[in-house]
Design a protein around this ligand. Sequence first.
Ligand SMILES: [Zn+2]
Length: 251
Amino acid sequence: MSNGIYYNFADKLLKLSHIHKYFSKVIGYKKSKKMGLSYPLYKFTINPNSKAKFCIVAGVHGDEIAGPWSILELMKRPKFFKKEICYQIFPLLNPTGFELRKRFNDKRCDPNCLNKKTLKSKNYKEIQSFYQEVKDEEFEIFISMHEDLDQDKVYQYIYERDFEPIYRKLFKNERKWKTGKIYGDKSDGMGLIKNIHDHSLEDRLFSMGKSKISLATETPGELSLDKRISMNLNNLKILNDYLLLSITLEQ
Ligand SMILES: [Zn+2]
């Protein structure tokens, strides 16, 4: 049964959205027979008419809570949002997992999967609602904020052929890996894992040409929630500054 933490969280977002005049939209509902509820899925848009688009996603895995809480913090800071950039924010894509404090959704399916199968299956309504919103978009930057609850070190999944300098600026003080492999995947030796084609949202948005830069960040669950939120906010600021600078240079 639901204990209402999702509604409570969504209510906080909606209040902030109202105060700061962000645009909010219900992009679909995640119905759960098991939990006896239908959860609205939200998207917040800021500066809808700006050309350069920055997409921020969190809460794909229900027990990885720092991402959604980072978005809540971000939405308290209207100065973060630059008028030159259109922000499309999906604060929590897996409400049933969030309520149950589980990685997967109420159907025990992993919502971090975008492909022909999940776009047809009734077990992936979250992903279908998300895809409707992004299928005709072209983003400059797409970030999905994840967590590795068993780690004390950060890492990232990226998709470029080369290790772009921008990725090295993220988690600047926390890139403490000294190994060439993370969970068997090849990394740059400092926490950048490249081109894992796993049908994750970040993989698909990159390979379908929907985002120039696409990545997933993994904050370590062994550090405090405050620390993980501050890492995410730092990363978002770095990406925001980078995008703003590239727009200014193009003009
Ligand atoms: Zn995750």
